[in-house]
Design a protein around this ligand. Structure first.
Ligand code: HEC
Length: 154
């Protein structure tokens, strides 16, 4: 019995340590992708499409424009064309599917996709040391980008 209690305590400590993400946010390792979906918000706070529009274009954040053209951002220069154009993307994918694509594109497309996973620690072995254990976007930035993508309907 003593042994069991100890194991339980150790598990409790491990869970607390891994959720050193902002309060109320899901840690990257706890996000489940099932049937190509991440069901429900990572933060419990609705995404802000206006913020998401900025994250999408910001080279230091999403940098999505580097690979994806979208007419809604025709005010920006240098749209990439490596990835599909995102006009009408919300007609092709549900919100939960869009969240899964942004969280970990490899889980949706393939290991070979060049699209980065923005909220996963599963990014391969050649990660710069200072980036180990970090995600490209925060959970709230993911929610904001997803809210923005959800506005792209035709
Ligand atoms: C380095 C290039 C690259 C970047 C950066 C990138 N993507 Fe992608 N994305 C792709 C490619 C390529 C695909 C197509 C899937 C494949 O073949 O790998 C794709 C597919 C998608 C799709 C599905 C599109 C459809 O019409 O089916 C969505 C949605 C998407 N990306 C959103 C984003 C968002 C949002 C960001 C920024 C947070 C982003 N991507 C950043 C390359 C990129």
């Amino acid at each position: 019995m003593v042994f069991k209690t100890r194991t339980w305590l150790a598990t409790g400590v491990a869970i607390m340590a891994s959720s050193a993400v902002a309060f109320g946010e899901m840690a990257p390792g706890d996000v489940k992708i099932m049937d190509m979906k991440v069901s429900g918000s990572l933060t419990g706070v609705p995404g802000d499409p206006a913020e998401g529009r900025k994250v999408f274009a910001d080279r230091k954040l999403g940098n999505c424009l580097a690979c994806h053209a979208v007419s809604d951002q025709s005010d920006q220069q240098f749209h990439g064309e490596v990835g599909p154009e995102l006009d009408g993307v919300a007609d092709r994918w549900s919100v939960d599917e869009l969240r899964a694509i942004v969280v970990n594109s490899k889980a949706i497309f393939s290991e070979q996709t060049i699209m980065p996973g923005f909220y996963t620690l599963d990014v391969g072995i050649n990660v710069r040391k200072d980036l180990v254990g970090k995600t490209i976007l925060t959970a709230q930035q993911v929610e904001d980008v997803v809210a923005y993508l959800a506005t792209l309907k035709e």
